[in-house]
Write a protein that binds this ligand. Structure first.
Ligand code: BEZ
Ligand code: FE
Length: 641
């Protein structure tokens, strides 16, 4: 039975690229009119932009924030706040600037609007840490929580990659410790797990050499969620250790988090195996502590305390200090245990967990993943690593047996044996698993103003017969006659002459010509060209539904899993207009069978069109003596940028 306490933190969040421009609106929204602007060290340029955005709201500026929020600095900032009679602070920067804003709010009650440039997360916590005469104290008070946080992704994108990695690891630590906190609750758990996934995604992208606004946006969202966890529930051994190492040995804040996190997780893993499993799922792995080590290592972050300045002969004292006062943590915090943990962290050992099945598979996975580190093709290595991670996870999660694995190998072997130049079983496999359509969406659906694409399928043949305008593709084959009148234009509707249009389809019984061994020349396929108006007319027959090739392993798989084999009726088009991107697509017959259960998941709404019933002679004068169908469609293709 669920039983928990949860207090929501009342912060307003404004998230997205370019949101800095909304700062003045946010100050107005709080009913404030005199702003003291705090710009963090090295962030003068952001300060200048904010001065412009704030305009008449700007009452003064203070750029002197310092690490650990020394009270002397706060004192000077308060004088400035009073001198300019400010009723609001706007702070742009990392943890130090946020800390100063909070210190001012704690003493004077001013409202705060924070624009974070790192993944510290402190902007969404009601906690203030300050130093006085070198001694750090912390307090928590709802009045300290900033009223508004503006997460402008473009600001955080300026964070150099090395700092982004350690800062993201720091955020990851907030989320992970929240999951085994004594105050843990399902609301915060959800946020924490999302944060873990977003941050891991972002770190993986950085490791693979991908760093764009999308990646930074995921990292920033993760950091925000993780910060919210930090502000809502208590933290454990990891945070205590980092606090000790930073406070007493002057180690840098976020690199210390990056190094210690995997070891603190390994320390607690046996005490909270279900938490580690939930984290592992979000990391697409089976060994959460080792995976968190790998994430930081792959992204080029520090993995040993030694590398970030911890003297080896101070480890005993560090263990002493970190265990001097008791605090909640899932695994008992012992001096010897912490000393051993620190030793591992000092030497950057990858956490070795207990000898369970999961752990040994996890170690194996790690070894294989690291085996891709040596090459100089980061994208390929990144894909290989992720594939291995998911394949190993698949085997482990399903407790895959030797026989099942062998059946899989046999399946692939059969797929290989049956594949020829005209029969591609691997494409069929990809199609029936929906993977071809996923890749198609990723590749071709980023711009909404063109005609949708659809899978090529296995029956396209290079260099189809050239046919003139008005040709009959069916060469007299039986079926309901079809008149097609299509136009090719650019996205603005301008017609594109000289577009090469390949068309292919199945016959009335659902077979393509390449499937009929008795045919000695191509039918129901051809290459045509648009005229000066971008227009193309041809005759054919109405396509009907048909089964995909089912005499191979893919057919067996569909039968064994109770799936049908049918494709909804369609005509294929491959359109190449000069200066425009090639469009591979299909037009589906409205009202046709299997439109909502197409065996290869290829149907898209804008591709389902009327093949309208008609009677009388066709537009070219052909007498058909009965009903025929008319297809009229305009393809919009994208210019090559
Ligand atoms: C086709 O439409 O030709 C097709 C596409 C995918 C798999 C099988 C057939
Ligand atoms: Fe087809």
């Amino acid at each position: 039975m669920d039983r928990f306490d949860y207090t929501a933190l009342p912060a307003r969040i404004v998230f997205g690229p370019g949101t800095l421009e909304r700062t003045a609106d946010e100050v107005h929204r709080l009913g404030r009119s005199r702003v003291l602007l705090l710009a963090g060290p090295d962030l003068a340029a952001h300060g200048e932009r904010l001065e412009k955005v704030l305009g008449p709201l700007l009452a003064g500026r203070f750029d002197g924030a310092a690490m650990h929020t020394p009270v002397e600095v706060t004192g000077r900032a308060i004088e400035e706040l009073r001198r300019v009679d400010a009723d609001c602070v706007v702070a742009v920067g990392g943890g130090s600037t946020t800390g100063l804003a909070k210190a001012l709010a704690a003493r004077t009650g001013v409202d705060q609007v924070i624009l974070p440039t790192t993944y510290a997360g402190s902007e969404v916590t009601p906690v203030l840490g300050e130093t006085s005469d070198g001694v750090k104290t912390t307090r928590s008070d709802p009045a300290i929580l900033p009223e508004t946080v503006i997460y402008d992704v473009e600001l955080s994108a300026g964070l150099p990659q090395a700092i982004a990695v350690t800062s993201a690891a720091n955020a990851m630590a907030h989320a992970i410790e929240a999951l085994y906190s004594p105050q843990a609750n399902p609301i915060i758990d959800g946020m924490a797990l999302d944060a873990v996934e977003l941050l891991a995604d972002g770190l993986r992208a950085l490791a693979n050499g991908v760093d764009d606004l999308d990646v930074r946006s995921r990292l920033l969202r993760g950091a925000w969620l993780a910060g919210t966890c930090l502000g809502s529930v208590g933290m454990g051994l990891h945070h205590k250790l980092c606090h000790t190492l930073g406070g007493s040995f002057d180690l840098p804040h976020s690199p210390t988090h990056a190094v210690v996190l995997p070891h603190a997780m390994a320390y607690n893993a046996a005490a909270v195996p279900e938490v580690m499993d939930r984290i592992a799922v979000r990391l697409h792995t089976t060994d959460a502590p080792a995976a968190s080590y790998d994430l930081v290592a792959a992204a080029g972050g520090p993995t040993s305390l030694d590398a970030i300045g911890m003297p080896a002969d101070e480890l005993d004292r560090a263990a002493e200090l970190a265990t001097a006062t008791p605090y909640p943590n899932p695994a008992p915090v012992t001096r010897d245990g912490v000393r051993a943990l620190l030793d591992d962290a000092q030497h950057g050992r990858r956490p070795a967990s207990d000898p369970t099945l999961t752990a040994s598979v996890g170690r194996l996975t790690g070894q294989v993943i690291r085996s891709f580190d040596a090459g100089d093709r980061p994208r390929l290595a990144g894909l290989a690593r992720d594939l291995v991670r998911r394949l190993h996870g698949f085997a482990l999660d399903n407790d895959l047996t030797q026989q099942e694995w062998q059946a899989g190998i046999d399946f692939l072997t059969r797929a290989g044996h049956i594949t020829t130049d005209t029969r591609q079983e691997f494409i069929l496999l990809s199609d029936t698993l929906g993977l071809s359509s996923v890749v198609d969406v990723l590749t071709n659906s980023r711009t909404p103003d063109g005609t949708s694409s659809a899978v090529l399928g296995p029956f396209y043949v290079e260099g189809p017969p050239e046919l003139p305008q008005g040709a009959d593709l069916s060469a007299g084959l039986p079926g309901v006659p079809l008149w097609a009148d299509v136009t090719v234009t650019d996205p603005d509707g301008r017609p594109l002459p000289e577009a090469v249009v390949d068309v292919w389809q199945a016959n009335q019984d659902g077979f393509y010509d390449v499937q009929l061994p008795d045919l000695d020349s191509p039918v129901l396929r051809g290459r045509l060209r648009t005229d000066g108006d971008g227009r193309l007319r041809f005759r054919s027959i109405l396509p009907s539904e048909y089964p995909i090739p089912s005499d191979g392993p893919v057919g067996d798989l569909l039968t064994a899993t109770g799936r049908h084999m049918f494709r909804a009726p369609h005509l294929h088009f491959l359109i190449a207009a000069p200066g425009h991107r090639e469009l591979i697509t299909q037009l589906f017959v409205k009202g046709g069978k299997y439109l909502d259960s197409d065996a290869v998941f290829g149907v898209k709404e804008d591709l389902v069109v009327d093949f309208a019933p008609r009677s009388g002679p066709m537009p070219d004068g052909t007498e058909v003596g009965g009903e025929w169908r008319e297809l009229s469609f305009t393809f919009r293709v994208q210019p090559i940028q």
